[in-house]
Ligand binder design. Structure first.
Ligand SMILES: C[S@@+](CC[C@H](N)C(=O)[O-])C[C@H]1O[C@@H](n2cnc3c(N)ncnc32)[C@H](O)[C@@H]1O
Length: 359
């Protein structure tokens, strides 16, 4: 039996498994998941051609809890520490082109756990010699190519690794599926990284300049002390920062921020010229979901990024329910042209980030 391997935040294996099970079911595939608690990994077991079909058809971008996915073609469990590369090549030798297509790039990674991070030096040091050996063995193209699948090597321990492939058009380009982001210099809170990550991961690079650009008007609900506002200011936007709490002085001195000491659930802009609404208020997710729906139905903004806090239990069905509440509101209002996506980002803990855009 083959498998699809998915990466997620440790502790969210249940949500990741429920989601892939549901999406695979929609394709008429009925496999089963195995997931060790807190491993940051889920394996979905099915027939080889089904695993390949999933890798083609279930967009990683559309999955909320998975950061990356690949088709597992081999598992090496007793690699000799002195010759891990030899061990992996011996395993791959038995696989024909139908099982493992010629790949154009190599990604060597680990799960996002403490045990995984302890293996990152190994991943770094083995990458170059492994790449060369895979090229010599005819498993990788002579030069990096994004026209061929990506070969994944996922180290589970110093002597075990999973090997597989993913299609470049359905693949997170970031190692371990985690985008590294920089926050603006002097950002007043670490939350800035969340919005920076959402911009990077949830907006396609090809559309970035048209969707996030200088001169746009933005509203930040629950803005204090100003981490998210600093990201909007960094991108040249003019921001209404709504919060009773204090805003960072340096940010106020940029001249790009107006501090509105108001209730974020009541505030509305005076003019209909707002491109971006962002919201990081710590509130009941259903309440936030309805507030966001209100803004779009009232045509108060064109794009939004907001957080929905996750409940302690039944996290996946609850997320489905919150997103459905927004869809239902739009359907009732006759609003059909929009894009709604959600992601459990690296910087998200007990919450997900949602991107909403009028199309
Ligand atoms: C997690 S903090 C926001 C951090 C901010 N995004 C940043 O990057 O610095 C949540 C904020 O929401 C604000 N908040 C909660 N309920 C609010 C409401 N009804 N109206 C306005 N702000 C609210 C709180 O005062 C708090 O400052």
């Amino acid at each position: 039996m083959s498998a699809v391997v998915l990466y997620c935040r440790a502790g969210f294996e249940g949500e990741c498994a429920a989601e892939i099970q549901e999406k695979a079911g929609e394709l008429g595939i009925y496999g089963f998941c195995k997931a060790q608690a807190d491993s940051g990994l889920v394996t979905y077991h099915c027939m080889a051609e089904e695993a390949d079909h999933i890798a083609k058809k279930i967009a990683v971008r559309s999955l909320i809890f998975a950061r990356q996915l690949f088709v597992r073609v081999a598992e090496c469990n007793e690699l000799e520490i002195q010759d891990r590369i030899g061990g992996m090549l011996a395993t791959l030798k038995a696989l024909d082109e139908d099982t493992l297509p010629l790949c154009g790039e190599l990604q060597v990674e680990t799960a996002d756990t403490n045990e995984g991070r302890a293996l990152s030096a190994l991943c770094k040091s083995i990458s170059t010699p492994l790449r060369k050996a895979l090229r010599d063995a005819g498993r990788l193209t002579e030069r990096d190519s994004d026209r061929r699948p990506v070969l994944h090597v996922l180290f589970r321990s110093t002597h075990s690794a999973m090997l597989g492939y993913a299609y470049t058009y359905n693949h997170s380009p970031y190692p371990m599926g985690i985008a590294r982001v920089r926050t603006p210099k002097g950002a007043p809170s670490r939350s800035a990284a969340k919005l920076a990550e959402a911009f990077k991961v949830m907006i396609p690079a090809s559309d970035f300049d048209s969707r996030v650009s200088s001169g746009m008007k933005a509203v930040d609900l629950g803005a204090s002390p100003g981490g998210w506002t600093s990201v909007l200011v960094y991108h040249g936007m003019m921001v209404d920062a709504v919060d009773n709490g204090a805003m960072d002085d340096g940010l106020m001195q940029t001249g790009q921020v107006k501090h509105r000491r108001e209730d974020g659930f009541i505030f509305r802009p005076k003019r209909r010229n707002v491109e971006w609404l962002v919201c990081d208020m710590v509130e009941k997710p259903v309440k936030v979901a309805h507030l966001m729906a209100d803004w779009f139905i009232e045509e108060q903004c064109r794009q939004a990024i907001f957080n929905l806090k996750l409940p302690m239990k039944k996290r996946y069905p609850s997320v489905q329910q919150y997103l459905q509440a927004i869809r239902d509101r739009f359907a009732e209002a006759g609003m059909r042209h929009y894009e709604l996506s959600a992601k459990h980002l690296y910087h998200d803990r007990e919450e997900i980030t949602v991107y909403l855009r009028r199309t």
